[in-house]
Design a protein around this ligand. Sequence first.
Ligand code: CAO
Length: 455
Amino acid sequence: MIKEVKLPEVSENIEHGDVIKVLVSVGDEISIDQPLIELETDKALFEVPSTEEGVVKEISVKEGDVINIGSVILKVETNSKEIKEQTSDKKEQTADNYVNKESVEINNDKESKSSEKIELKKPENENAQNIKSKNISVTDTESELADNENVKASGAHDKILAPASPSVRRLARELGVEISSVSGSGKDGRISEDDVKSFVKASMNKSGSSTLTLSGKSLPDFSKWGEVRIEPMSKIRAVTAEAMSYSWTAPMVTQFDKADITLAEDFRKKYSEFVKSNGGNLTVTSMLVKICTEALKKFPQFNSSIDLNKKEIIYKNYFNVGIAVDTERGLLVPVVRNTDKKNILEISAELNVLAEKARSKKIMPDEMDGGNFTISNLGGIGGTAFTPIVYSPQVAILGVSRASKEAVYINDNFIPRIMLPLSLTYDHRIIDGADAARFLRWICEALENPMYLLL
Ligand code: CAO
């Protein structure tokens, strides 16, 4: 039997993506979960896995194509009895592993009238992330509901997240409109092209001229002065540029401090093999995820977002920490979720998986959503200090530079200590300088004396 493999829904608000690479050829025998294409969307670059097993009969996409959710990627001959049995065995196995109470819809063919329904149990641990990314067609109804609740709990957050399709965002960008300033007239505040155009008209009427932040004057012709090469921006670069420009509208200040991590380094060395045997790497970053989570609990304004239109502060009672990961394709920020409920062992293992997925193009857009605070560790590369930019609508980010041995003056003596330079950039609209100094000092003291966490 010939079956179509279609592009499943990959994330909220993502309607299409660019095919960067086709990873299989006609005649190939493919298995379930085997990567078929590399797809780049407004949010990420990732591999789309197969939902079928069999022999590729026809490939319907090529590099450079823009394909929509539901588009046919390829057709597979699955009618060999053997293949069929293996496929259903595999599907059942997957179901058995995560079996039962929750009804989860296998949504691999959204348009198909006969979408399969099987009973799956919600995974009991954070492997949920893996399941979601491996079988991206599986919709975890409960977690989606939870996400929605989080969003609903904060009307302002809705606003900041600005529900709009990529084409509407593009129109807004072209018109120099900050999409989060536009009120959506659609369901749940969804913003349409007409909403953007009305916003432009209203802005122009208000002032008699354009009050929009038009995105800059045109560039000079650089080729007048020498040879140039012009390349289109990758989606990730364009999205990073847009996100950073949006962030830049917040008034930010950076606070610097240094932590004496001599003891923490001893601790790290002592337990690194143990953590490795549990699948993680005990690194400064994983320790900081845990420490920052405790700091966020102590200083809730760092775990918030603000809505200036409504004059509201949204305090979040969940703890999701984003980690800046340097990849070939650019900066990606996967999110470790519910860090308050995980120990350092679990966080270290999850961080390893997420960083590896980001680097190997397997990270899914959903795995980069929902962060409340970000850590950017450039210390493995070098540098004595830097000023990271807050990843709005978050309100703070911790920059980590390279730890090094320094002569520290203690009790009338210079003693060699390992010092870690930290820089905390914060949104000054919601965080005062004194609070930032206290927050960062708290992190330094927790690093210097891990028992601090117990107090
Ligand atoms: N000071 C000194 N050494 C450090 C360090 C620091 N701050 N951070 C890491 N290192 C060391 C580690 O100890 C490790 O050394 P060993 O191999 O001898 O143990 C080595 O550098 C490599 O560490 P790592 O990078 O594998 O692990 P990590 O958990 O420390 O960092 C990650 C993980 C994902 C944060 C990192 O790999 C990365 O991608 N960093 C770049 C982030 C980035 O691009 N930020 C800029 C964003 S724009 O604001």
